[in-house]
Design a protein around this ligand. Structure first.
Ligand SMILES: [Mg+2]
Length: 261
């Protein structure tokens, strides 16, 4: 289930979102267990979207209701206002928030066109900038491809087509070794989605995918939420990692109920 992979990626990635030591030994540091490990806004919005689509509820209304239950989950400033204000209008955002919350769309819809249309819809309620829309569509499509037995190369080729090397400084074309020294923490779709997919592309299982994220000074919980769904679907679970146990332990009962619905 892509949603499980995304939420677990958020929880594990949160350890180094703001607290990443400069010389982190990302290959050997314990994968789980530091004090900053927790679910964040990425998980809350992922699960809000799942609840809305699964139960046929109003998308914006459900995002607002679920989001308000967790005011300290780490929303960006504008999105915090979007949730807590009286009107909930799109604000032309290209933030990675549209990509980090879309995994259920890639998991749930069978029809390719319908899946992409729904990904666009979930982005458009707040992140209606073309890059905000693209981030969500690409993320959901990669999950859909992994779920339908596409190869890593096919997923890579698709992401490259959407984020070509000449136009995007963190295109999937650049290896992690190439971008590691120059990557600057940022929270845009275009600065997150192709690099997160590269973390998946260079991985061999879910754990090594997360360690690739640890290797970059990046919005690590959101990288985990973006490509975690692809990794989970592609590798068919979490390997030796007790992902289900972590999810149950770290989510609130309310959120866990949505996760396993
Ligand atoms: Mg977050």
């Amino acid at each position: 289930m892509a949603v499980k992979g995304a939420v677990l990626g958020d929880i594990i990635g949160a350890q180094f979102e703001f607290n990443r030591p400069k010389n982190l030994d990302w290959k050997n540091v314990p994968l789980i267990g530091n004090a900053f490990m927790e679910f964040t806004d990425d998980s809350v919005m992922t699960l809000a979207i799942k609840k809305a689509l699964l139960e046929g509820k109003d998308l914006v209304g459900t995002m607002v209701t679920v989001g308000r239950k967790y005011p300290f989950a780490g929303y960006g400033g504008k999105f915090y206002k979007w949730i807590n204000g009286d009107v909930h209008e799109p604000y032309n955002s290209w933030g990675n928030g549209s990509a980090m919350r879309v995994s259920f769309v890639g998991e749930y819809y069978e029809d390719y066109e319908e899946m992409q249309k729904m990904a666009e819809f979930t982005a458009s309620v707040s992140h209606n900038h073309p890059e905000g829309i693209k981030g969500a569509v690409v993320t959901a499509t990669c999950i859909w491809m992994a779920r339908h037995g596409k190869s890593k190369q096919e997923i890579y080729d698709y992401v490259l087509k959407e984020y070509p090397k000449d136009d995007y400084e963190y295109s999937i074309a650049y290896s992690l070794d190439e971008i590691r020294p120059r990557y600057k923490w940022n929270e845009s779709c275009q600065g997150s989605v192709p690099a997160a997919m590269r973390c998946f592309y260079e991985s061999s299982d879910y754990e090594s995918f997360m360690r690739n994220i640890f290797s970059l000074e990046c919005d690590s919980d959101t990288f985990g939420a973006i490509a975690g769904g692809v990794a989970e679907e592609f590798y068919g679970g979490f390997g030796g990692l007790n992902g289900d146990g972590i999810l149950e332990k770290f989510l609130t009962p309310d959120l866990y109920e949505i996760l396993i619905a």
